[in-house]
Each structure stands twice: as structure tokens, then as C-alpha cells.
Design a binder for this molecule. Structure first.
Ligand code: NAD
Length: 355
């Protein structure tokens, strides 16, 4: 592997830890970008990278993203990420997960892990047999927070859309506001249901035709083909499927006043934030609006360290701060004529002591 500090994604990361366990076949990279606000927290990705260098890049890029996201979520957590370099067959054994758990434990709490792409709740339960520095575990108690972060993410996005509508359209009501929802899975489906309750007019698109049609029937929504959702004339376009959805081509197609949704890394390149801004489209920075899930996961972890369960009420109270944070970003963006994604990045950098 090359020296990680020569990678373009290296951003003064505090720790890049390579883990190898021959017996189980584990090969992993654990990166902590910043622990200024607390332990480096972020999920573990299990992925086969034909070129391991791409795994290193993911660990560097995603751990930095977690620093920004956790800081803007108001959490006492820094940014971290782990990448398990899976073999071609994506062999995942109990021994491999145990060895990964041991590696996390050996870091003594500098890194706190959870699920990410390729890692299930059951995998995290296996990891938790070897380390306490883990979150995203199932909960059974009624009123307890934790478990699937999807509904918490949806709730934050719903509140963020309401804030965007208030800021850009000047109304506190969603009644009749037209929202085009791309992706109606765990997050997008939850957002659509919450918006429907407030009387929003919905147009939905998903590559899973049956699922999206059933949801549209339930909510009285319209459905368009996946390739038609971007150009749908609406008040709010809400991307809840893929990353890198906002590029020159797609932004040119948009017929909306607002982009606010849960997908991670929506801007194909950072310059696309400016393209949206110059088109007069209000953008809700993805890592600010979609923080509901990490707020739930982190609160669950912090409460467990105090020997108790986190409650839904305490998680929701933190999620309810998302709209205020977005409004602060938009006001600064308006005042300084700088796109909201850049304002958010600068605020996050200040919070982690790198302003
Ligand atoms: P999911 O797999 O449950 O849902 C994604 C949906 O998008 C699926 O229904 C899929 O069919 C659909 N889709 C895929 N390609 C599409 C396309 N081209 N057009 C329309 N629909 C398409 O995943 P999710 O958990 O809902 O996550 C959605 C997005 O939100 C992802 O980008 C994820 O990284 C991000 N996110 C999720 C959470 C969370 O708590 N689950 C938290 C933060 C960010």
C-alpha cells in the first residue's frame, strides 16, 4: 500500500490503522479523521475492492465525512470509518468478524463502529461479542431508541423539507406543496409517509415498480418512471436513492425550487453546489439533513455507556434541531452569497477545530 499521507483524500487524519489477521483472513483499514469532539464514530463497510487503494480512499474520504456529519449533528463524537477489504467471494465468517471486533477493542474506544454497506445488524451483534465500542445494535424495549436508523433519518429529512419550504416558499404549511421523491426505500418511503400526513402532493419514483406503486396507492401519490423524476416540475426534489445524483446534466433537468433529501454524497463534485446555487435552487446539505440516523446510533451508544437505554424522545429532541441548523446555513448562504454546501463545510470545520 502507498503512503496514505500522499493520497489526495488525506486531510490530516489523526489515525489510519491497517489490520491484518492471517488466521481469519481479515484485512481492514480503520481511519479516524478527527477526535476533536469525541471518539471517531462511523460505520464499517464490507466491500470487495479490486484495487485495495480504493478501500484506503473510502476510509479516508468517509471518515472525514463523518467528522463533518457528527459535528453538524451536535454530537460529542469525532469522525471515523472502517473498511473491511473483502475477498472476491465476499467471505464473511464469524472468525473474521471476531478478529475485527478485537481490532476495534484494541483501539480502546478511539473508534466506535456501526453498520454500513455490507454489514448487517447481526454482524454488529457478532462484533459486539468482542468489543463494547459498537453501536447500531437491536433494541427490544418499547420507547427505546436504536436499531434501524432509517425512520430517524426520515424524520430529520421531513423536518428539513418543512424548514426549506418555510425558507424558500415562505409558508409553514406543506398542504399542496409538491414533492418529487426519488427512491422510496427505508428513508424515502418514510419521508413520503410523513409528508403525506401533512397534505403534501407527492410524485414518487423507484426502480422497484411494485413497491413504489403500492406506496403510491396507500398515499394517493403519483408515480413516474425513474428517469422522469429529475425533470418533474415540483416545489421540492427529494433524492433518497443514489449518491452523486447532482451533476451538470441532472441539475440542468431539475424543475424545482428546493433539493432536500437523504441520499449520501448527492453532489457529484463539490462544484455542483455552486451550480445549484446559481440556478436559484435551495440545497439542503446532505450530511446535515440526513443526520437523524447517526443521531439515533450515537445516542444509543452514549446512553449504553451510562448503563441505560436511550429513549426515542431524547433522540427526537436532537433530530428536531436539524431544521434550525439548516436555516442557519441558508441565512448565512443568502447573506454571504456562498452556496449552502460550502457554508456547511466551513461551519463543520470550525466545530472540529480546523476552521
Ligand atoms: P434503501 O435501499 O432502503 O432504499 C433505496 C431505494 O432507492 C430502493 O428502494 C431502490 O430501489 C431505490 N433506487 C435505487 N436506484 C434508483 C434509481 N435510479 N431511481 C429511483 N430509485 C432508485 O436505502 P435507504 O436506507 O433508504 O437509503 C437511501 C439513501 O439514503 C442512501 O443514499 C443512503 O446512503 C442514504 N442514507 C440512509 C440512511 C439510513 O438511515 N438508512 C442514513 C443516511 C443516509
Amino acid at each position: 500500500m502507498t503512503a496514505f499521507w500522499t493520497e489526495p483524500d488525506f486531510d490530516d487524519h489523526e489515525m489510519v490503522h491497517v489490520v491484518r489477521d492471517r488466521a481469519s483472513g481479515l484485512m481492514a483499514i480503520i481511519a479516524v479523521h478527527s477526535s476533536h469532539l469525541g471518539p471517531g464514530a462511523g460505520g464499517t463497510r464490507f466491500w470487495h475492492y479490486p484495487n485495495p487503494k480504493d478501500g484506503l480512499r473510502d476510509a479516508l474520504r468517509l471518515s472525514r465525512g463523518m467528522s463533518y456529519k457528527n459535528a453538524m449533528a451536535g454530537l460529542p463524537m469525532g469522525g471515523g470509518k472502517a473498511v473491511i477489504l473483502a475477498d472476491e467471494n465476499r467471505t464473511k465468517t464469524p472468525e473474521l468478524l471476531a478478529a475485527f471486533g478485537d481490532a476495534v477493542e484494541a483501539l480502546g474506544g478511539r473508534y466506535v463502529t456501526a453498520e454500513d454497506v455490507g454489514i448487517s445488524e447481526a454482524d454488529m451483534v457478532a462484533v459486539s461479542q468482542r468489543t463494547t465500542h459498537v453501536s447500531g445494535l437491536p433494541v427490544s424495549g418499547q420507547g427505546s431508541a436504536g436499531g434501524d436508523p432509517g425512520p430517524f433519518t426520515s424524520y430529520g429529512i421531513y423536518l428539513g423539507i418543512k424548514a426549506a419550504v418555510a425558507h424558500r416558499l415562505g409558508t409553514d404549511s406543506l398542504d399542496g406543496v409538491h414533492v418529487a421523491v426519488q427512491g422510496t426505500g427505508s428513508v424515502g418511503g418514510g419521508v413520503a409517509r410523513l409528508l403525506a400526513k401533512d397534505g403534501a402532493r407527492l410524485t414518487l419514483a423507484d426502480i422497484h415498480k411494485d413497491g413504489v406503486e403500492a406506496l403510491a396507492d396507500e398515499l394517493g401519490a403519483a408515480v413516474v418512471a425513474p428517469d422522469a423524476i429529475l425533470a418533474t416540475k415540483c416545489d421540492v426534489f427529494s433524492p433518497n436513492a443514489l449518491g452523486a445524483i447532482l451533476n451538470e446534466d441532472s441539475i440542468a433537468q431539475l424543475d424545482t425550487r428546493i433539493v432536500a433529501g437523504g441520499a449520501n454524497n448527492q453532489l457529484a463534485r463539490s462544484a455542483h453546489g455552486k451550480v445549484l446555487f446559481e440556478r436559484g435552487i435551495l440545497y439542503a446539505p446532505d450530511y446535515v439533513i440526513n443526520a437523524g440516523g447517526i443521531i439515533s446510533v450515537a445516542t444509543e451508544y452514549l446512553a449504553r455507556r451510562e448503563g441505560r437505554d436511550a429513549t426515542r424522545d431524547e433522540v427526537n429532541a436532537l433530530i428536531e434541531k436539524i431544521p434550525g441548523r439548516l436555516t442557519q446555513i441558508w441565512k448565512k448562504s443568502d447573506a454571504d452569497s456562498i452556496s449552502p454546501d460550502v457554508v456547511a463545510d466551513r461551519m463543520a470545520q470550525e466545530l472540529i477545530g480546523r476552521g
